[in-house]
Design a protein around this ligand. Structure first.
Ligand code: PBG
Length: 323
């Protein structure tokens, strides 16, 4: 007969509660949200049931709901009405993302950490995360100049944290220098350090009405490369990142655990649009228990090492956790 019986600690709900090694708190959830210019009512995103492109008004309400549920932050993405090669709307104070940022800050103040996606892909007519050179390749250093201006524009709109998702070399250092030189030393930088060229971003492309032809494999990480993700995180730390992130989450839990094992700063993970879509699609078919699967997915990401998780389920999950 076995002497060692791990089942002893699983006997009752009380035993299981006292033995539980990971918990998820609403404050550790961050809600990504889309705001679209020039629409009169929210627009459903068909590949992300339950997620919409917001109007300014509906975005304000979603931010209030998130804050009331105890969610820790909101990450804003803009969908402009007009795009051009340089992504001019990204640095225009009247551009949709900057206007929306100011509107959300006016509505919720510091009840949520208001954050902005700092990347050009939503604003360019070619859909790439940077500007293109004469041959049509993404020009790293010319893009950095745009990111510097974008960081300042977002800080001036009221963003408290810029999320650098473009995967250009040197982007964190350039944003830090630009922010500091403009007097925005208090604005935090989230580095999407280990952002993979993933098929799981599919529904996001609908969410931001992406114009992308081709792919992002010359700047986002190859899904095969774990150590390279650790290297990117180390570089971003050296450049002054306040938070580093791994994205997507579930297919990259090994990278997340590796970054968490060595990072002196908080590590976040982004449960992306395709992860959301898979959960919702399976639940709609009755193939999984929706609420249990949503909670388990985020718990697993936390257990692997994420201090906080960006998830489209943030508000709903926060409410469920509060019971
Ligand atoms: C780029 C960006 C993307 C996502 C977040 N920031 C798209 C991409 O790199 O193609 C994807 C998020 C998601 O899929 O939920 N601005």
């Amino acid at each position: 007969m076995p002497v060692i019986r791990p089942r002893r600690l699983r006997q009752t709900p009380a035993f299981r509660a006292i033995a539980r090694q990971t918990r998820v708190h609403p404050n550790e959830l961050i809600l990504p949200a889309f705001v679209r210019e020039g629409i009169g009512a929210p627009v459903e995103i068909s590949s992300m049931p339950g997620v919409v492109q917001h109007t300014l008004d509906s975005l304000r309400r979603a931010a209030v709901d998130a804050a009331d549920a105890g969610v820790g932050g909101i990450m804003l993405f803009g969908v402009p009405a007009v795009r051009d090669a340089m992504g001019t709307g990204a640095t225009d104070p009247d551009g949709i993302l900057n206007v929306a940022t100011a509107a959300v800050v006016a509505e919720v103040g510091d009840a949520l950490v208001v954050q902005t996606d700092l990347c050009l892909d939503e604003f360019t007519d070619h859909g790439h995360c940077g500007v293109l050179d004469a041959r049509g390749h993404v020009d790293n250093d010319a893009t950095l100049e745009r990111y510097a201006d974008m960081a300042i524009a977002q800080a001036e709109a009221g963003s408290r944290l810029v999320g650098m998702s473009g995967m250009m070399d040197g982007q964190v250092a350039v944003a830090r220098e630009a922010l500091d030189a403009a007097g925005h030393q208090g604005i935090a930088i989230l580095a999407y350090s280990a952002k993979y060229a993933s098929a799981f971003y599919g529904p996001f492309r609908e969410a931001v009405d992406s114009q992308l032809q081709g792919d992002r494999r010359t700047y986002q990480l190859d899904p095969a490369n774990g150590r390279e993700g650790l290297r990117e995180a180390a570089l971003d730390l050296a450049e002054g990142a306040d938070v580093v992130m791994v994205k997507p989450a579930m297919p990259y839990l090994d990278v997340l655990a590796g970054v968490a094992a060595s990072s002196p700063v908080p590590v976040w993970a982004y449960q992306v649009s395709g992860e959301y879509a898979m959960l919702e699609a399976a639940a709609r078919n009755g193939w999984i228990d929706r609420d249990a699967a949503i909670a388990e997915a985020v718990l697993g990401i936390r257990r692997a090492g994420a201090d906080a998780v960006l998830t489209y389920h943030a508000t709903e999950l926060a409410l469920a956790l509060r019971g």
